[in-house]
Design a protein around this ligand. Structure first.
Ligand code: DAH
Length: 337
């Protein structure tokens, strides 16, 4: 009997459970109704009296050993630092993590929704574009200094091809391919060869707007932008400051009166209360002509805005790089938005 107990001790000590099923089988084998210990207790009667004490002690030790094995297993599978990699199928699941929309997608969708309510369709164009659509059609002649306003990534193999620097390239495509009236917004990714900092990135997103019809005037432009500002920011006061873009004449920058109520308002508006939101203007007759539209019959307006800039304002993000890193601690804050 003593020898048998020694053998069992080795078996128990060497046992390593890999799953909760295995440990359960182990328990049943030793402690179950018809388990090893049941047999051993039954045989205990036959042990010689002088050996009873020793065998009794050994039996108890073995039982404890089995119990400790079972406890150790359940402790190690409950604690993440436990050595055992066994899965415990009795544990509740952690629940399914839901993702969230990216702030840039949220703003993009909101802006497109606002314009679609007043009859603007959505159009898109390629990110790798030719010189004609990005610059030439839009009144940037070759060697024109205005090309320096946008540092361009060129495609090495073909000097005529580049990554578009603005979504205005979609304007040229739409005008070339669609007869007026045209009323469209074009969202997309744009690229500029600029150093990355908290304020600027070499990749960002824009939304371009274009409206071409008979008798479109600057008043229509102002009214459309004023509607957008009210819907998007909930603000009613805008101002148009004279500016310059090769493809619009006259050109303007639109500012929104943000207010000066909080310390943040002072900081982001540099103490003026006004925030610059977008560039706009009346489509230059040269651009219409380049794209095959008769400028005596038709006129139109265009505007363009950066989505990241607007997302940063709306969500009070002060470093543009946050929008490109996809840190879940940031993205989680937009859950349900
Ligand atoms: N394309 C300009 C830029 O990227 C933005 C812009 C300004 C677009 C005026 C327009 C516009 O359509 O009319 O800086």
């Amino acid at each position: 009997m003593i020898e048998e107990l020694e053998k069992l001790r080795r078996e128990i000590s060497d046992f390593k459970a890999k799953s909760s099923e295995e440990i359960e089988q182990f328990r049943i084998k030793f402690l179950g109704r018809q388990g090893v210990f049941k047999d051993l207790s039954a045989n205990f009667r036959t042990v010689a009296n002088e050996q009873k004490k020793e065998v009794g002690i050994k039996l108890n030790e073995l039982k404890n050993l089995v119990q400790n094995k079972i406890e150790d297993f359940s402790l190690s599978s409950d604690s993440p630092s436990g050595e055992s990699s066994a899965e415990d199928f009795t544990r509740s699941s952690g629940g399914i993590e839901l993702g969230s929309r990216h702030p840039v997608s949220l703003i993009r969708r909101e802006i497109l929704d606002i314009f679609s309510r007043i009859g603007f369709s959505i159009s898109e164009g390629p990110e790798i574009e030719d010189d004609w659509h990005v610059f030439e059609a839009l009144n940037f002649p070759p060697e024109h200094p205005a090309r320096d306003m946008q540092d361009t990534f060129f495609i090495e193999k073909d000097p005529d091809m580049m990554l578009r620097t603005h979504t205005s390239s979609v304007q040229s495509r739409v005008m070339k391919n669609t007869p007026p009236p045209i009323r469209t917004v074009s969202p997309g990714r744009v690229f500029r060869n600029e150093a990355i900092s908290s304020r600027s990135h070499c990749i960002f997103h824009q939304i371009e707007g274009l409206y071409i019809d008979k008798d479109v005037s600057f008043a229509d432009l102002k009214q459309t932008l004023s509607y957008f500002t009210k819907e998007f920011f909930g603000k009613t006061e805008i101002r148009l400051r004279p500016s310059y873009f090769p493809f619009t004449e006259p050109s303007a920058e639109m500012d929104v009166y943000w207010g000066l109520e909080t310390e943040t308002d002072y900081r982001i508006t540099k103490g003026t209360g006004w925030l610059e939101i977008l560039g706009c203007g009346m489509v230059d007759p040269n651009v219409l002509a380049n794209c095959g539209i008769d400028s005596n019959e038709y006129s139109g307006f265009a505007f363009g805005m950066g989505i990241e800039r607007i997302a940063m304002l709306k969500y009070q993000i002060d470093d543009i790089r946050v929008l490109f890193e996809n840190d879940v601690r940031v993205l989680n804050q937009f859950k349900g938005a």
